[in-house]
Design a protein around this ligand. Structure first.
Ligand SMILES: Cc1ncc(C[n+]2csc(CCO)c2C)c(N)n1
Length: 225
């Protein structure tokens, strides 16, 4: 069953169409599910993803700046804390076991798909308001929640169990629900009803573009270093 991350996300997910399936059922994801993803591709992805998370932490920090309520500020500040103090630990631990230290991760050169995605999100927030930023951030947060939940139920191998458990776990699923609930409140406060509103199309375009950039990120992972 697909998890429930709120009605705004549900609308955007449906509105994204085919790219959402391409993202959540990408060959890279299926390789995590059945263990056939080559280790080198996984490590390459993790190194790029570490740098990705550095820039995503900056984008969530911009969310603090763009917040209009204490609830929004708490969610954004909490996400920055979770990212920089906890979530990146999975990357550091897995890479350390392969002989790659954190300084090397931090200094890794970004591939263009990685660069494009994080700067797109950052610019959505700089140019627009809190909702523009959230529409660009949502595919990443909820997409991994959905992928993790499905892979935990459908995995046929233990090879990438650590990765799957991180996103399938109750703690991360709760993050997705909290962000989804906040998002619904943020939309209600600024727009009222999203469907049929003047901002619906532009916000959907942000969400869909970020989803397509997630597909590009998996492509990059499969392609290797
Ligand atoms: C390419 C890429 N997309 C999404 C995520 C997942 N992710 C990014 S930030 C974050 C925490 C937000 O609460 C999560 C789960 C990732 N690691 N790499």
């Amino acid at each position: 069953m697909t998890p429930d991350y709120g009605k705004t996300f549900e609308l955007w997910r449906e509105g994204a169409g085919a790219p959402w399936g391409a993202y959540t059922h990408h060959a890279f994801v299926e390789g995590l599910r059945d263990g056939t993803l080559p280790r080198a591709a996984f490590l390459h992805y993790l190194i790029q993803d570490y740098v990705f998370l550095v820039h995503f932490s900056r984008a969530w920090s911009l969310g603090v700046v763009k917040s209009e309520t204490m609830d929004e500020m708490r969610v954004c500040a909490g996400t920055v804390d979770a990212l920089v103090n906890h979530e990146m630990a999975l990357h550091v631990k897995t890479c350390a076991a392969a002989g790659i230290d954190e300084a090397t991760l931090y200094a890794a050169s970004e591939q263009v798909e990685n660069l494009a995605y994080t700067r797109y999100v950052m610019d959505a927030g700089l140019q627009g308001d809190f909702l523009d930023l959230m529409a660009a951030l949502a595919p990443c947060v909820m997409g991994y929640g959905e992928i993790g939940a499905r892979l935990a139920a459908e995995r046929t191998s233990d090879t990438y169990r650590d990765w799957i458990d991180t996103y399938a776990g109750a703690e991360y699923q709760e993050v997705c629900e909290t962000v989804g609930t906040m998002l619904d409140a943020s939309v209600a406060r600024r727009i009222g009803t999203l469907q049929g509103s003047a901002r619906e199309a532009a916000l959907q375009a942000r969400f869909t573009k970020a989803t397509e950039l997630e597909v590009g990120f998996w492509d990059m992972g499969l392609r290797g270093a």
